[in-house]
Design a protein around this ligand. Sequence first.
Ligand code: HEM
Length: 144
Amino acid sequence: MEAQGREEAGGCAGAPGGPLFTREEVARRNSSREAWLVIHGRVYDVTRFLAEHPGGEEVLLEQAGRDATESFEDVGHSADAREMLKEYYIGEIHPHDRKNEGSKEPNVTSSGQTSFWSTWLIPIFGALVLGLMYRYYMLDGKSS
Ligand code: HEM
């Protein structure tokens, strides 16, 4: 029952399903004596899990005290692994601190803009080069 409530809370970022923690509080739990990490705005105490993690304790310790969302997703954890998260759930990142997490987004946007330009500039440049090559080829053909 409790787990269900937590899941619902996770679905809606505005409705915290557990105690709220600041990122600073999480950052302090970055050792093998106490290891917390953040995945999708939720805080997990993985201290008990360190020795059991199939991916090894080093990777967890590396992420301890931090937002591990990206690394967790990069590994492509199974549905079972996601299910296991519930066991270590202790609360949510404070809504004020979620903005910090989102600070990655402007980077994505700005790099998105860069990729927008490269997406357009590269084909335009390529078309120009091809056009010029075609012209030279045609002129060459006529002169010889
Ligand atoms: C509470 C959080 C986590 C849980 C419950 C968890 C659980 C698991 C489980 C059950 C596996 C076995 C494979 C699978 O079922 O997907 C696994 C593998 C692995 N995990 Fe995690 N994991 C967590 C966090 C992390 C983090 C933060 C990293 C950071 C890089 C990580 C890296 C890995 C790696 C590298 C493997 C091995 C993958 C392989 O051998 O194919 N895990 N994890």
